[in-house]
Design a protein around this ligand. Structure first.
Ligand code: 5GP
Length: 191
């Protein structure tokens, strides 16, 4: 019998490798989808509209808020980010495991709205390592990296709110753990 749809909230400070961990998990399972968020942030090089995000204007974002088109939203680093309701509903109805890869405020809002969601927080091995990864990414200005690091410390203080914590030191081990969590939760979810 097909599985029931399941919602997974995955949060981590930026630079912690959550997109890589998620991509690796997708290679192992074909029932996983990512909710594509809407944002007013400008696309980074290589990012594609409708794939990485829906890149929209502030006015369009406000229209989405007013029409109740977002499950949750937040302002992060001066930009709006939000989860469109439609994509999540479709994924759940299709029996998929729908990942919301979002920051901690949004994560906590989803936990309140959908107490049956599975919540996972990905931690960096250390703040020093996170700084190294952010600098190595070469996508953000020094000012932006400083803001992201300060915000990382704030976000890490919420790790305990999440049901599961995974330290992303070794990619394969982190993906193994996430896969194990998904398998365990799917069994409970479909009981
Ligand atoms: P980035 O600019 O690095 O792509 O994302 C910045 C932060 O916003 C990340 O922590 C990312 O997970 C989070 N984020 C992305 N989409 C959403 C969303 O729809 N809602 C919330 N609350 N956070 C989001």
């Amino acid at each position: 019998m097909a599985n029931k749809g399941m919602l997974v909230v995955l949060s981590a400070p930026s630079g912690c490798g959550k997109d890589t961990v998620f991509t690796e998990l997708c290679k192992r399972r074909d029932d996983i989808v990512k909710s594509v968020s809407a944002t007013t942030r400008k696309p980074r090089s290589g990012e594609v509209d409708g794939v990485n995000y829906y890149f929209i204007s502030e006015n369009e974002f406000k229209r989405l808020i007013n029409s109740k088109g977002l499950l949750e939203y937040t302002v992060y680093n001066g930009c709006y980010y939000g989860t469109p309701v439609k994509g999540v509903e479709k994924a759940i109805n299709d029996g998929k495991i729908c990942f919301l890869i979002i920051e901690v405020e949004g994560g906590q809002n989803i936990m309140k709205l959908r107490p049956d969601c599975v919540s996972v927080f990905l931690l960096p091995p250390s703040l020093k390592e996170l700084e190294k990864r952010l600098k190595g990414r070469n996508t953000d200005s020094d000012e932006c990296i400083k803001n992201r690091l300060e915000h990382a410390e704030y976000e890490i203080s919420f790790a305990d709110v999440y049901k599961y914590n995974i330290v992303n030191d070794d990619l394969k081990i982190a993906v193994d753990k996430l896969e194990e969590i998904i398998e365990t939760e799917l069994i409970a979810h479909n009981r």
